[in-house]
Design a protein. Structure first.
Length: 91
């Protein structure tokens, strides 16, 4: 399973990015997709759902998964860039 975990800003410590919780804080992505497509889906959903950053995880379940990407912040003022890291992580 591959999924995107979304992050938002915390109150304390100020402006730290922390994992969001709830059913809207993750999106399961088809693992058969190309790495570039996975990154674009994660960035688009992050903006659409109103979060501040995203990271890709892979594992058998949510509790047995590990991050396979860096934390990628998004801005509502600019288009999401193509994350080049995906091709470097053998996805």
């Amino acid at each position: 399973m591959i999924y995107a975990q979304f992050y938002h800003r915390s109150v304390y410590p100020p402006d730290a990015l922390i994992e969001a919780c709830g059913d809207r804080s993750v999106v399961i992505i088809d693992a058969r997709l190309r790495a570039e497509t996975i990154g674009r889906i994660a960035a688009a959903e992050c903006l659409k759902r109103g979060y501040d950053a995203w990271r890709i995880f892979r594992g058998e379940t949510f509790t047995r998964s590990a991050p396979i990407s860096n934390l990628w912040p998004v801005s509502r003022d600019t288009q999401p860039c193509d994350p080049a890291w995906l091709s470097a992580h053998s996805m």
